[in-house]
Write a protein that binds this ligand. Structure first.
Ligand SMILES: [Mg+2]
Length: 243
């Protein structure tokens, strides 16, 4: 585990913190619906938010309503890869455009044909989980890229045991840049911490705005810094909260 002295970076009270949820704040599990913060992390996150003047957001690919059940309401919560946002103590509201129904139908058929594969619609984003059928990875990717061809705004992103068909606007990097243009984030140094491919756009965005990015775990990344595990993220945030 990386100790404080090993790190080549430090958080500061004039930072704006953007934190992914799954695989960053909470460990990945086979059943995504059972993922939650470990005991005490709620309070740590709220304390971190206070240290940075409220400029802390959890930025997740989860649907906002789902994300809101898992993190403290005192925080900014950006769900659906940034397409939906809730301010501190604001209940997620409003509706979100769905994916084109022809695309949903095509992916439903694709999921039905492959046992162990699950389709999760998240507004306009469609996630295809294959954690229960890892051998299908290549075949699914090919089928999915074919299925989205009639939808030029859509692209396929490959994450951990999941493919996501996303419209161009569903982008964590665009979300971070938009957030940085307004209070309480504006004028601060953006720091993005994440673990997966969908976080790469936000890593690049944070770094392009003079901040830095931290990749959690192994794998190639544009982030300048790395932490080995969720536990190390907890340690970093706990130290920062109590500093
Ligand atoms: Mg993640």
């Amino acid at each position: 585990m990386a100790g404080k002295t090993d790190r080549d970076f430090a958080l500061a009270s004039d930072d704006a913190l953007f934190l992914d949820f799954d695989g960053t704040l909470a460990g990945l599990q086979d059943d995504a619906s059972s993922v939650s913060l470990v005991s005490g992390m709620d309070a740590v996150l709220v304390a971190c938010a206070e240290r940075v003047g409220g400029a802390l957001a959890v930025l997740s690919g989860r649907d906002l309503s789902d994300l809101a059940k898992r993190v403290p309401a005192q925080l900014w919560r950006f769900g659906n890869h940034g397409l939906r946002r809730a301010a501190p103590n604001e209940h997620p509201s409003g509706t979100i455009t769905s994916a084109p129904k022809e695309l949903v139908a095509a992916l439903q058929i694709l999921a039905m044909r492959h046992p162990g594969v699950q389709l999760e619609p998240k507004g306009p984003v469609l996630a295809i989980h294959y954690r229960a059928a890892p051998a299908l990875e290549a075949e699914l990717g090919d089928a999915l890229r074919l299925a989205i061809m009639p939808f030029p705004d859509y692209s396929v992103q490959h994450g951990k045991m999941v493919y996501e068909a996303k419209p161009g606007a569903a982008n964590k990097g665009a979300c971070l840049i938009k957030a940085m243009s307004a209070s309480p984030f504006k004028g601060r140094r953006p720091v993005m911490i994440g673990d997966d491919t969908t976080d790469e756009d936000a890593f690049a965005a944070a770094q392009s705005l003079g901040g830095f990015a931290i990749k959690v775990g192994a794998g190639s990344t544009v982030a300048q810094h790395r932490l080995p595990s969720v536990t190390d993220v907890h340690e970093l945030l706990t130290e920062f909260a109590s500093a």
